[in-house]
Design a protein around this ligand. Structure first.
Ligand SMILES: O=C(O)CCC(=O)C(=O)O
Ligand SMILES: [Fe+2]
Length: 239
């Protein structure tokens, strides 16, 4: 198959599914990236950074995860994410911010800290989140060596929208749900309008979330301006 045809297939599938898996290349940047995430997982952070609770049973790197280490943005260019955004996602989006989070299990070991939702939706004609939706890359390394379902998604749900939230959530069935396990190499790129849910953490786990927002919404992230600037610089350098 010619590579242009291949890109067309990948772009078509990404539009229809609203998500795709990728694999990080094994490089020195990847090793540095994993070491930083593992240090954060072990709560052994660089000076000037702390972990603060945002959601129940979880802690996020503060003040700004994109500043934690160069490898957090370098890894995106090394893995050609800028070209995937341009040619597959086909959206004018910019890296607005990065989140790095540790999650611990609920006392019952069964509760998910973030149940089924879309980040952006329009229930009863009240738009919430950015519309058009942005995109995320979520990566859940396996530092505990406990294999677990970290994220579930309903492929295609980003273009199957119901105005009524109850009807919308009723489209989630075991048959159309895909469960993703933690992995040291695999990441998920997805449209944030997709229905998704985190799995209940059996043990403490870690994730990094790269947030891509449409250019017209980037002013809402002015407190993280350096992140978008660094992304734009990288796009020029790696063009
Ligand atoms: O894995 C997480 O911590 C959050 C998953 C999620 O809902 C998201 O990234 O939008
Ligand atoms: Fe979400």
């Amino acid at each position: 198959m010619k590579s242009e045809d291949n890109i067309k297939d990948i772009a078509r599938n990404f539009y229809l599914n609203g998500c795709m898996l990728g694999e990080w290349k094994q490089t020195p940047t990847y090793n540095k990236f994993m070491k930083c995430l593992n240090d954060i997982y072990s709560e052994n952070l660089k000076d000037g950074f702390t972990l603060k609770q945002k959601y129940p049973y979880s802690n996020d790197v503060r003040p700004a995860a994109w500043e934690y280490d160069d490898s957090f943005i370098d890894i995106l260019f090394e893995n050609n994410i800028h070209n995937i955004i341009k040619k597959v996602v086909s959206a004018n989006v910019v890296l607005s911010h990065i989140q790095v989070r540790n999650v611990t299990s609920f006392p019952d070991k069964k509760t998910s800290y973030m149940e089924w939702h879309r980040d952006s939706y329009n229930y009863n004609n009240k738009p919430v989140g950015s519309i058009p939706p942005g995109y995320k890359i979520n990566f859940y390394p396996n530092f505990s060596e406990e294999s677990e379902n970290v994220l579930s998604v309903v492929p295609g749900s980003h273009i199957k929208l119901f105005s009524n939230p109850k009807e919308d959530l009723a489209q989630i069935t075991p048959d159309n749900t895909v469960s993703i396990n933690n992995s040291d190499t695999q990441f998920l790129l997805f449209n944030v309008g997709l229905l998704h849910s985190t799995g209940p953490a059996k043990v403490k786990n870690n994730r990094i979330i790269f947030n891509f927002n449409h250019e017209c919404f980037i002013d809402e992230y002015s407190d993280q301006k350096g992140c978008a600037d660094k992304w734009r610089e990288g796009c020029i350098k790696n063009a």
